[in-house]
Write a protein that binds this ligand. Structure first.
Ligand code: CMX
Ligand code: CO
Length: 146
C-alpha cells in the first residue's frame, strides 16, 4: 500500500547552487547527500515533514554524474525542473508486482538501491500519464546511513 509522498525528484545542473536556493529561499536544510553511481546522480535529500506512517517526505535534488544517465538525458532535453515523484510503501516488491499486474511497465525486475539504503523501482512515465513514478521502501532505521 502506498502511504505517503516519499519525495519529489528535481533535476538540476548544479547541486550546490540549487541546495543554496532551497536553503536561502525556504529554509530547507540538507538532511542527507550521496552519490548513486548506478543511477548516475549526485543527490541531496531535504526533509520537508514526517508522515503518519512513520516515514517522511523529502525533496530529492539531483545532479547528473554523466550525460548518458536518466537525469543527464532528461536535463539536456527539458532543462531543470521536476523529474519524478516517489510514493512510499512498506513493501515495494508487493506494490510493484500488483501494479505490474495492472499492465503498467515496472522498469526493474528487482528493486534497486536508492537514497539512504532504501529499495526503489520506477514505473514508465508513458504508462502513468506522463509522470515518471518511483516506489520506495525506506531502510529500517538502524541501517539507514546518514
Ligand atoms: N518524466 C516524464 N516523461 C519522461 C521522463 C520523465 N522523467 N523521462 C523520459 N520521459 C519521456 C520522454 O519525454 C520520451 O517521450 P517522447 O517519446 O514522447 O519524446 C520518453 O519518455 C522516452 O524518453 P527518452 O528520453 O528516450 O529516455 P529513455 O527511454 O532512455 O529513458 C526512462 C526514460 C524513464 C526509461 C529513464 O529515464 C529511466 O530509466 N528512469 C528511471 C531511473 C531514473 O530516473 N533515475 C534517476 C533518479 C534516481 C532516484 O530517484 O534515486
Ligand atoms: Co527519486
Amino acid at each position: 500500500m502506498l502511504t505517503r509522498i516519499d519525495h519529489i525528484g528535481i533535476a538540476c545542473h548544479d547541486l550546490d547552487t540549487t541546495v543554496e536556493f532551497y536553503r536561502s529561499t525556504y529554509g530547507f536544510e540538507v538532511f542527507h547527500t550521496e552519490v548513486n553511481e548506478e543511477q548516475g546522480v549526485r543527490e541531496a535529500m531535504l526533509k520537508i515533514n514526517e508522515t503518519s506512517d512513520g516515514g517522511a517526505s523529502y525533496l530529492q535534488l539531483l545532479e547528473p554524474t554523466r550525460e548518458d544517465s536518466a537525469v543527464g538525458k532528461w536535463l539536456a532535453k527539458n532543462g531543470e525542473g521536476v523529474h519524478h515523484i516517489a510514493f512510499g510503501t512498506a513493501d515495494v516488491d508487493q506494490d510493484a508486482a500488483s501494479i505490474r499486474d495492472k499492465g503498467v511497465r515496472v522498469l526493474y525486475d528487482e528493486p534497486r538501491k536508492g537514497s539512504m539504503g532504501s529499495r526503489i523501482t520506477f514505473l514508465h512515465p508513458k504508462d502513468c500519464h506522463g509522470v515518471l513514478t518511483e516506489l520506495v521502501t525506506s531502510a529500517p532505521e538502524e541501517s539507514a546511513e546518514h
